[in-house]
Ligand binder design. Structure first.
Ligand SMILES: O=C(O)CCC(=O)C(=O)O
Ligand SMILES: [Fe+2]
Length: 368
């Protein structure tokens, strides 16, 4: 076997910028244990059944920090409906996408056009466009009277709030866009809350351990479009294609990702090699973000990943990021601390953490 060669990638991690050794070999398929497929069909069954799922998730979380879930309960019909809406949105001329532009959002929701992000400053601009919505109690199926919560001002970002019509006023010419986008968001919020209960079990805590910090969580639902790479460009640029999304870790707790069959998602293994997190139909990819790694005292891994779209056709993905309530102060989970493993991190709220991480990305650009 040929010896592997390595390069250095500069990354924004939990602890700030950091160099990481990365193999230059093309991504290889993962072994079954590196990115396992975990069956959720008994997630609504007995506690024992959930503990069995938690045990598999614990192993995956301590290893690569990435796994697939099957029988997750979100219907293929809804997923395909959401995908059609994503395609309809991105298929519009820019003037129409501008109507829902993040430039009009105080919270950076809505549309971010091509060439507006660079998640890793030591790589290229990200070759993607996105549409995103965040948590709003109006869309939370667990809140009995959401209109009232909003009217009472019990949930408000104060001066920072967007109008309740944003971004929908800019998409209402797309039939069914809001309804399907919100329904898909709701189903993923429900699934993500079930998953975080499994994560509590995986951390040897009671399953309701995180319930009080997920009542109004930071939770973002995205549509992502990675434009096609024409065959000619692939040939000309070959190894030097722009990234779809550069090497990064996710910021919050858990990510649920639907990806189409294009391929292109790569995950950095514990041995510093890129793994091809190939699409498996009927599954979602789940990975752990920095905040959960922090709360688990580094037991669960927030893993570096990136995307290249090398296809002559568009690639679409639909990630959902779950964090915790913005203001709830969270400390390292007690089961992850003992004399040999003192808490590595101070208590912090997920909102503060998210803010700090974004500021780090903005004010401390990584040198090229
Ligand atoms: O599009 C994908 O497959 C992954 C996207 C991703 O990693 C992200 O948005 O954080
Ligand atoms: Fe990501």
């Amino acid at each position: 076997m040929m010896a592997l060669e390595y390069t250095q990638v500069e990354l924004l991690t939990l602890n700030g910028p950091e160099f990481r050794r990365v193999s230059t070999a093309p991504p290889r398929p993962p072994t079954e244990n590196e990115i396992p497929v975990i069956d959720l069909s008994s997630i609504d069954g007995t506690l024992e059944e959930r503990k069995a799922i938690a045990s598999k998730i614990r192993t995956a979380a301590e290893n690569t920090g990435f796994f697939y879930i099957e029988n997750h309960g979100i219907s293929e019909e809804l997923i395909q409906g959401a995908l059609s809406q994503a395609k309809a949105f991105f298929g519009q001329p820019d003037e129409l996408k501008e109507l829902a532009s993040s430039k009009q959002s105080k919270l950076a929701d809505g549309w971010h056009g091509l060439g507006t992000t660079q998640i890793n400053k030591s790589e290229t601009l990200d070759r993607k466009e996105t549409f995103s919505i965040r948590y709003n109690p109006i869309n939370d199926p667990t809140i009995p009277d959401p209109e009232k919560v909003v009217a009472d001002g019990k949930f408000s970002d104060g001066d920072n709030a967007d109008s309740v019509d944003f971004p929908w006023s800019g998409t209402n010419h797309l039939p069914g866009f809001r309804e399907t986008t919100v329904e898909f968001y709701q189903r993923r919020l429900t699934l993500a809350r079930k998953m975080i209960r499994i994560f509590a079990l995986a951390l040897d805590m009671p399953e309701d351990y995180f319930d009080s910090v997920t009542t109004a969580p930071g939770a973002d639902g995205l549509y992502v479009h990675y434009p096609a790479t024409p065959a000619k460009e692939l040939e000309e640029k070959d190894g030097n294609l722009d990234v779809g999304i550069g090497s990064h870790t996710d910021i919050q707790c858990i990510t649920l990702l639907w990806q189409d069959m294009s391929g292109g998602l790569q995950v950095l293994s514990a041995s510093d090699e890129w793994l091809d997190a190939r699409p498996i139909s009927g599954t979602l990819v789940v990975n752990i973000g920095d905040f959960l790694q922090r709360l688990s005292n580094n037991r669960f891994k927030s893993t570096v990943h990136r995307v290249y779209n090398r296809q002559p056709t568009s690639r679409y993905s639909m990630p959902f990021f779950l964090g915790f309530n913005a203001d709830s102060i969270c400390k390292v989970v007690p089961s992850c601390v003992d004399e040999a493993h003192p808490a590595l991190y101070e208590p912090i709220s997920c909102g503060q953490w998210h803010q700090r991480r974004l500021e780090l990305a903005r004010v401390k650009p990584i040198s090229t």
